[in-house]
Design a protein around this ligand. Structure first.
Ligand code: IVH
Length: 669
């Protein structure tokens, strides 16, 4: 009977094995056999065991995937053999030259090749001793790199233990590439931008920056992947590169499936042509094909010159990078007011199209690259085919350039633009800005907002271009133009009527939907719901100060600032007034019991600060009160706004209680 501590040690070992197996199934074979939840449960159990009995921890434990302690400085690793670089070739002619040289040097032997994709990432070297991953390093200058073992351990597709019992394959070095998938890179950048963190220029920069971080816990959260493409096993009898790739796969490494053994250079050229065409079909960036002599004995014969092997070459795709002149930086206003700086370039032919404009993302991006009008800049087309300015050529900078300064006004409507605290972008918050009118109306009408059927993009386009609506509140006066509408192309009486009915119906949408529909930045559907619970009417929200907003559950400083900013704009307040006058619901359904106002009879006079007549009437009735048109002794309350006239006088004479809108709100909320 084993004692308790050996039993615990066995359990830990079993958990490690199981987790490693699941990692392999998930990350290498892409065929998981358990759910994420089950996996997490096993991981948690192992973590608990290891933290209770630290002696059980092993260097290859999967618990290290989450990242250990930060390190102060990377140790230096010497590469043996050195990590070589590849000579480049760019044309069929050059690759045939390479083949000719190889055949000349090999004399009678004919070479076969392996063609692989050339990943646009970061080279890494991985050492395994007795089957366990012990050290990982960057390429550095090829002879010496940084020890980034801690960071590499967090990469899920990197095996921490080899899947072999073969003693000649247990102490090896594997080389490969670390990289990111474009979509995961974009998502990471999006999150960074939202958190006001610097964004990365491309997946390669992001990978290289990440691997050099000192805190492996941060690395663990980044979407780094690897492919293995070279094996050094001094004790094993290895025959060919193609075999090595297969061996790497059985050892547990991710090996790219698109490699091909080619019997001659024609086959290599065919492979290259095919991938030049479909380079965008893989989810990561590739910039060419790597061509390697397959036989290791032939590789040895050929040897190296300087820092490149004679047995391999990079066969690059047509470049998607070019230099051109930055003539200006224009500002583009998006559909909801986001202002994006755009580079105006001397037209340059790049990856099949002529590029004369490219996004510069935001002011921070311009600052990071120190782009100046007049500069020679590098334009790149990534796999997403959207051209990007990726850098400036400082050596070609003319005299007298100055750093870019953000204009203060919206280039479309002239309103002041503003950059909220902690955000990357500037915004134009004029809801009537011509650049935004359509986008805002479409958002307003959208299914999750006011849900106005029939008010899609093309209809909005028509209404706006005919000047029938200038903002979303104008939709509620559209009925005045019924005849004009019915005469329009593709319209008729029936569709006009349907649209007007849908607009009318939308007035009854609950307050939280209206709040979302207003298009206040950061006020999404969820936030709108939360807000209406604490601020049950538009006036309550409008009158709330930033502090009050911020101290509300679920409302952070960003949201609070954005709301305050929205209401500070007179044009926005006017639009809300219009909505109110039209009878759009601008308060949450009663929180008090239905009968709060029962027995009370109200007369409305003057203009209320935020409720329109219809809205006020509806609220009174909803809470069980009655509305009368004239003052009599039956009337119990007067709801009085600005410029109240004779009704107020009369009510005073009769001693009827007079309420302001605020008084009224406190009655019903
Ligand atoms: S083999 C001597 N295979 O290209 C052999 N390299 O300039 C060199 N690379 O730093 C490595 N994909 O980071 C090889 N399938 C692939 C590759 C590849 C990308 C990178 C690698 C290296 C550079 C060579």
């Amino acid at each position: 009977m084993p004692n308790a501590s050996t039993q615990i040690a066995r359990r830990a070992e079993k958990l490690r094995r199981e987790l490693q197996e699941h990692d392999h199934q998930y990350y290498i074979l892409d065929a998981p056999t358990i759910s994420d939840e089950q996996y997490d449960r096993l991981m948690r159990e192992l973590q608990e065991l290891e933290s209770e009995y630290p002696g059980l921890m092993t260097p290859d434990s999967p618990t290290q995937r989450v990242g250990g302690q930060p390190i102060k400085q990377f140790a230096t690793v010497t590469h043996n053999p050195p990590m070589l670089s590849l000579a480049n070739s760019y044309s069929e002619e050059e690759i045939r030259d390479f083949d000719r040289r190889v055949r000349e040097l090999l004399g009678k032997q004919l070479p076969a090749y392996v063609a692989e994709l050339k990943f646009d990432g970061v080279a890494i070297a991985l050492k395994y001793r007795d089957g366990v991953f012990v050290q990982g390093a960057t390429r550095g200058d090829g002879s010496q790199g940084d020890d980034i073992t801690h960071n590499l351990k967090t990469i899920r597709s990197l095996p921490l233990r080899l899947r072999t019992k073969d003693p000649t394959l247990r102490t090896i070095e594997v080389r490969g590439e670390a990289f990111m998938h474009r979509n995961e890179f974009e998502e990471m950048n999006r999150q960074r931008a939202a958190a006001d963190e610097k964004t990365f220029i491309n997946p390669r920069n992001a990978t290289s920056g990440t691997l050099k971080l000192q805190n492996p816990k941060v690395v663990a959260g980044r979407p780094i992947r690897i492919y293995a493409y070279a094996l050094f096993a001094p004790e094993a009898a290895l025959a060919s590169h193609h075999n090595n790739l297969q061996l790497l796969h059985t050892l547990g490494f991710p090996v790219n499936e698109s490699m091909r053994r080619c019997k001659d250079i024609d086959a290599v050229i065919g492979f290259w042509k095919q991938w030049e065409e479909k380079r965008d079909t893989v989810p990561y960036d590739i910039d060419g094909v790597v061509v390697k002599v397959d036989s290791l004995q032939q590789q040895n014969l050929l040897g190296n010159i300087a820092k490149s092997p004679r047995w391999a070459i990079a066969f690059k795709f047509t470049s998607r990078k070019a230099e051109t002149h930055l003539n200006g930086i224009a500002l583009q206003v998006g559909r909801v007011g986001t202002i994006t700086p755009v580079a105006e370039l001397d037209p340059v032919f790049l990856g099949g199209t002529t590029v004369s404009r490219a996004t510069l993302h935001n002011i921070g991006y311009i600052g990071e690259l120190d782009l100046r009008v007049g500069d020679t800049v590098v334009v790149e087309k990534g796999g997403d085919v959207i051209p990007k300015v990726s850098g400036t050529v400082e050596s070609k900078r003319p005299r007298g350039t100055t750093p870019f300064v953000m204009p203060t006004k919206c280039p479309v409507c002239g309103s002041r633009i503003y950059r909220p605290e902690g955000e990357a972008n500037y915004f134009c918050e004029n809801t009537e800005c011509p650049a935004q009118v359509k986008g805002r109306i479409e958002h307003f009408a959208h299914r999750g907002a006011m849900d106005i059927e029939g008010l899609g993009e093309s209809v909005v386009e028509q209404l706006v271009s005919l000047d029938l609506v200038k903002n979303y509140a104008d939709l509620y006066s559209l009925h005045k133009h019924q005849e004009t509408l019915a005469e329009l192309d593709r319209w008729g009486k029936k569709s006009t009527q349907n649209l007007l009915e849908a607009i009318e119906k939308s007035k009854k949408q609950p307050f939280h939907r209206v709040l979302f529909a207003l298009g206040i930045r950061h006020v999404g559907q969820g936030v709108a719901q939360v807000i209406t619970e604490s601020f049950p009417s538009i006036s309550a929200l409008q009158n709330a100060g930033i502090e009050e907003l911020q101290s509300t559950d679920g409302v952070g400083p960003k949201i609070a600032e954005s709301i305050a900013h929205f209401f500070a704009e007179k044009r926005n307040r006017d639009i809300i007034k219009k909505l109110s006058n039209a009878g759009v619901v601008l308060a949450a359904a009663k929180r008090r019991p239905a009968g709060t106002l029962s027995g009370m009879v109200f007369v409305l006079t003057g203009t209320l600060p935020s409720y329109g007549r219809e809205e006020a009437n509806r609220l009174i009735e909803q809470h069980g009160g009655k509305v009368a048109s004239g003052v009599s002794k039956n009337v119990t309350h007067i709801l009085a706004g600005e410029d109240a006239g004779s009704k107020l006088q009369k009510a005073k004479q009769l001693g009827i209680q007079i309420l302001t809108e605020d008084d009224f709100n406190s009655l019903i909320m």
